[in-house]
Design a protein. Structure first.
Length: 98
């Protein structure tokens, strides 16, 4: 199984409750329904802890995920594979949180 890391851009993580929802990008390593079922409890807990709504963003295939996250992505949180995490830290200035 592919080892995954959560990468995060910290721009709006402590925003007030009335702020726009953070976007959590998840690559398609499972069918969309399973991703939503698996990650909804995590997203709910993060929303509760931060006081900021968080929305899950899924993709039809890995190419769509890569294209959406490779150049200054509009996502605040992204779950990504270990090999690309280093790329994102060095070239896109993402911050690893776990």
């Amino acid at each position: 199984m592919l080892m995954l890391w959560i990468s995060l851009t910290l721009a709006a993580f402590s925003a007030p409750a009335h702020a726009a929802a953070l976007k959590f990008a998840i690559p398609p390593f499972l069918p969309q329904a399973e991703i939503e079922k698996s990650f909804t409890p995590l997203v709910a807990k993060l929303s509760e802890l931060t006081g900021t709504p968080i929305e899950i963003e899924t993709f039809p295939n890995y190419l769509a995920f890569w294209q959406a996250t490779r150049t200054g992505s509009p996502f605040d949180i992204a779950l990504d594979a270990a090999p690309t995490t280093d790329f994102r830290v060095q070239r896109q200035h993402w911050h690893v949180i776990a």
